[in-house]
Design a protein around this ligand. Structure first.
Ligand SMILES: Cc1ncc(COP(=O)(O)O)c(C=O)c1O
Length: 476
């Protein structure tokens, strides 16, 4: 039992009185809140090595004065209504008189966090902004079976500390095989580190590759999650304008240490980086010694055009860190992602992961290894790709029907969202508010000036009917 207060055996005050005073003061200063259950007299006596009668006498006095109450059969609790106003009033006036507590001093990192804005998720009956996978289609009964299997076995690699910071070894094997099969990434399982979603992968990259003041190149427009993260680490951000060919390093300073890109399906424009642009970027990084962080967050969903291998597969892999996530192919709350690292960086990343949180939860990792090994992931991705393609087609049809050629669409060949520029943005916004449709503007993804008429439209977690109706309402 944790010790709620100290007793002083050398004090002239009797122990029974000390127990009484300790509870009473704690109740009055708010440390023991109304409804808190007290330890039993037996447990408290044992904890302090005092006689039970000492504790019982103190409890009885507190009960008699109304500081405590008993609930039949379930124990002793701090009273929900305190006995007399006097101590409370005394407490209030004491509080008023006391100087305000000194503000907690924050680190430079802590202070930089103040500039980051977290927007609450919007709610509207027709939500065209939700880029989540369709969770109603995830095979949860199957997932439950796989998790239960490992709970039943309770093997040391799952419930003990045997697996270490790199992740569950079966999962690291499966990830290496999956990437070879689907993304042409050649790596050994030893290069894979399992983390809590790609956000942690990016955080570890920032910790290990950047010092405050270092330059980092990010796509413009780009993923806010990465811009905010690098800024929080004190990095200087160099925006790389995204054209239809992808992000260009043309005007990026040569002292950039890290380049973050989403080449398969750029976030948020949705464009795919062309092969010449990928080669240009790889060559640029080779010459300058920068590290490319390839964030392949939703490449599994490609609907048209040839499948594009990962950038990682094009070079030697010596200066590319590949980052992947299960948030979009499984579900966000799983919080599992991975890094594929150049061999020379593996130990340092594993140490940083160890210091951050030891390892990602093993039960889910073991279940996920089976999910991949038994073919469920490939099957699920195939099914979802068909579903999302149908929804994307419906979205394109709806734009064509209600906006015609005036809707300028980009990034519809892959992923779970596309970007669109619409002619009369003010009317679209007014319609969205009036007809209760949520559509996301791309403004927050630009660090500079954003086009006023660009929107991101997600189609993965919304029915075909709702897509048609949503676009119709925007066009009224
Ligand atoms: C560019 C980018 N990276 C990563 C992620 C996924 O983050 P996480 O794996 O932490 O859920 C997203 C979210 O969809 C994203 O848009």
């Amino acid at each position: 039992m944790p010790v709620p207060f100290q007793l002083d055996r050398a004090s002239p005050m009797p122990l029974q009185r000390q127990v009484y005073e300790a509870w009473r003061t704690g109740i009055l200063d708010g440390r023991f809140r109304a409804g808190t259950r007290l330890p039993s007299t037996r447990a408290l006596a044992r904890t302090y090595g005092i006689s039970r009668i000492t504790v019982t006498t103190a409890y009885e006095q507190l009960l008699a004065e109304g500081y405590l109450e008993t609930r039949h059969g379930s124990g002793t609790f701090v009273s929900t209504e305190l006995p007399d106003d006097r101590p409370l009033a005394a407490r209030r006036s004491a509080k008023r008189a006391a100087p305000p507590p000194a503000a907690v001093r924050r680190s430079a990192y802590g202070l930089r966090l103040g500039a980051i804005i977290r927007r609450p998720a919007p709610t509207a009956p027709l939500d065209l902004s939700n880029a989540s996978p369709d969770l109603s289609r995830f095979p949860f009964p199957l997932w439950r079976r796989l998790v239960s299997r490992h709970l039943r076995r309770a093997s040391a690699d799952v419930v003990g500390a045997a697996s270490g910071p790199h992740g569950h070894s079966a999962l690291r094997h499966e990830i290496a095989g999956y990437l070879a099969r689907t993304r042409a990434v050649r790596c050994s399982p030893d290069q894979v580190i399992v983390v809590n979603g790609s956000q942690q992968a990016l955080d570890l990259c920032a910790r290990l590759l950047l010092d405050p003041g270092d330059a980092v190149a990010v796509e413009e427009p780009g993923y806010a999650g990465v811009r905010q993260l690098f800024a929080a680490h004190g990095a200087r951000l160099h925006p790389m304008p995204v054209t239809d060919a992808g992000a260009s390093p043309a005007n990026v300073a040569a002292d950039v240490r890290v380049i973050h890109v989403t080449p398969s399906h750029q976030f948020p424009t949705g464009v795919s980086m062309t092969l010449p642009r990928r080669l240009e970027l790889l060559e640029w990084a080779r010459v300058t010694g920068a590290v490319i962080v390839e964030d392949d967050y939703d490449s599994e969903y490609r609907y048209s055009g040839p499948p594009l291998p990962a950038m990682h597969s094009l070079g030697s892999g010596a200066n590319v860190i590949y980052v992947g996530t299960f948030s979009n192919v499984m579900f966000y709350g799983l919080r599992l992602g991975y890094l594929v690292l150049p061999p020379a960086l593996v130990d340092a990343f594993a140490t940083a992961k160890w210091l951050a949180d030891r390892n990602s939860p093993m039960l889910e990792q073991a279940a996920l290894a089976d999910f991949i090994a038994e073919g469920h992931l490939d099957r699920h991705v195939r099914r979802m790709r068909r579903l999302y393609k149908r929804r994307r087609d419906v979205l394109l049809e709806a734009f064509a029907r209600h906006f015609g050629d005036a809707a300028r669409i980009r990034g519809d060949a892959a992923g779970m969202h596309l970007s669109v520029r619409l002619p009369d943005a003010a009317r679209v916004r007014a319609n969205a508010t009036r007809h209760r449709v949520h559509i996301a503007s791309s403004e927050s993804y630009y660090s500079g000036k954003a086009p006023a008429n660009e929107f991101l439209v997600s189609f993965s977690a919304i029915s075909e009917r709702a897509i048609r109706e949503g676009i119709r309402r925007l066009s009224l």
